[in-house]
Ligand binder design. Sequence first.
Ligand code: S3P
Length: 168
Amino acid sequence: MKNVVLIGFMGTGKTSVGRLLAARLGCAFHDLDRKIEEKHGMSIPAMFREHGEPYFRAREKDAVREAAGRTNLVIATGGGTVKDAENVAILRQNGILVALTADVDTILQRTSARGARPVLDHADAGDRRAAVVQLLDERRSLYDGADITVDTSGRAPLEVAEHILQAL
Ligand code: S3P
């Protein structure tokens, strides 16, 4: 089986949907952020803090190459993985791209935990919506053009996973 690659903004449910989808397909779930954390023995927020975003993006690219060299995986990418066109090309080679989307309120609700999303955590509470809106505007086109797109707003992860299974 080709890999099933979940892309999408933070808070669109890539990890929770990916886990369920992998269970239903009977294949391994491969979360790029978790793989990076395991390999380097540090959390993503700590990596951003101590080494900066470019260092994280380089580790992310290594993780993409590693994952794309395998098959039969459900891969959850990070929200910024597709900023790098080469990452997209690599993942596409043996993967079906599934974009998950969500509206701003849903994203804000699902990403409300502080300290977990370094690209949003610079904004204080009042500005967080503005930060999400701006980043979504910047990135929206990156999530276009997937093989399958599913709006996850108001939908439980299981419902989204079922929808993807039917579309595959
Ligand atoms: C990022 C999203 C995060 C993680 C890192 C950067 C981004 O993943 O890769 O904090 O640039 O959007 P999630 O989309 O799983 O939160």
